[in-house]
Design a protein around this ligand. Structure first.
Ligand SMILES: [Zn+2]
Ligand SMILES: [Zn+2]
Length: 152
């Protein structure tokens, strides 16, 4: 087992085969790996990106927290409201960590952070981080903010 296995699925998944991977997105698509291709939305292996062990550890740690909060929110019981507040908080730990990793990975290739949104709250129009209007030039999602590297 290598450290990359922390982010690898145990079952076969569809990997991105785009010739160029210029943009990525960190998103919980209910799989074991949060790194996805921005263009085709399929998974990209951490080793292929030559991520160092520290970054992979950071990703695994953030993803673990994100998945836990997301599961609590989906659970719809007494944890739902708590989890939603944590997932929406621009200064909350899960978003600060996710944004920090996306920002670091963006030094090599632009990496967006998929921000949680409850569809019960309508269609998002503004960036949850800087409040600028979202740009709708994207295939997957409602809009993105190129200043914050946020996608919703
Ligand atoms: Zn792709
Ligand atoms: Zn923004």
């Amino acid at each position: 087992m290598s450290y990359f296995d922390k982010l690898r699925p145990w079952t076969h998944i569809e990997r991105c085969v785009c010739p160029q991977r210029t943009r990525l997105v960190l998103v919980d698509a209910l799989t074991d790996n949060p790194i996805h291709c921005f263009e085709c939305r399929k998974e990209v292996d951490a080793q292929l990106l030559e991520l160092d062990e520290h970054t992979v550890d950071q990703l695994a740690s953030w993803f673990h927290s994100f998945k836990a909060l997301y599961a609590l929110w989906l659970n719809s019981g007494e944890y739902e409201a708590y989890a939603k507040v944590r997932l929406l908080d621009a200064n909350g730990q899960v978003n600060l960590e996710g944004m920090a990793i996306a920002s670091k990975m963006s030094n090599l290739r632009r990496t967006y952070y998929w921000w949680f949104h409850d569809s019960d709250d309508g269609v998002p129009t503004h960036c949850p981080n800087c409040a600028a209007p979202l740009d709708g030039e994207l295939k997957f999602g409602t809009g993105k903010c190129d200043v914050c590297n946020v996608v919703m």
